[in-house]
Design a protein around this ligand. Sequence first.
Ligand code: C5J
Length: 224
Amino acid sequence: MAVKRIEAEPSTLVVELDHAALIIIDMQRDFLEPGGFGETLGNNVALLKAAVPPLQKLLDAARACKMLIIHTREGHRPDLSDAPKHKVERGEPSLRIGAPGPMGRILIRGEPGHDIIPELYPAPGEPVIDKPGKGAFYQTDLELMLKNREIDTLFVCGVTTEVCVNTTVREANDRGFRCIVLSDCCASYFPEFHAAGLAMIKAQGGIFGWVAASPHVVAAMDSP
Ligand code: C5J
């Protein structure tokens, strides 16, 4: 696979796609569909849907160029033994993590709401990382998987920009990975947090990483 130039902020990047992976954060029904965790917290889940069409194109391009694609899901064991007390005890008791909802128990592994939305469903062989926290590196084997495949650059997208995407990018940056966040393939329930989340990543010469619009990345993946 060739070395590609990618238009990004704060600077253009040269990326060896063989050493890059696409990390899709938490595109789960619980965050994107009515009746899930996101909505129980009082959010308008429709705001997250804008990221789905560009992400579908990006996913197709990454699959076509045989890039490593990793999906993540935030959630907990049914007995909540991996869920911190102070995470569970937030909000209205009937709407908390583990409470029954229209898509099963909220944010519990194995429940329909915990799964990835059909539009972006993992293909056979694409790893899915189940994470108990906001960051995809915390208490998971993601770092080992990336190092074993000699990955040094991560294209990061998903929801929400300022929570799980930002936390993962910060964790990755401290572990030596170069992150490129796809601005139109991320979303937030709060448009101003989306903008601030991206601004914080690329500020100060790219203090946590780079930000690019997905058409630039798709073009790089598509070019021979
Ligand atoms: C949140 C996430 N927002 N995936 N999770 O609780 O960003």
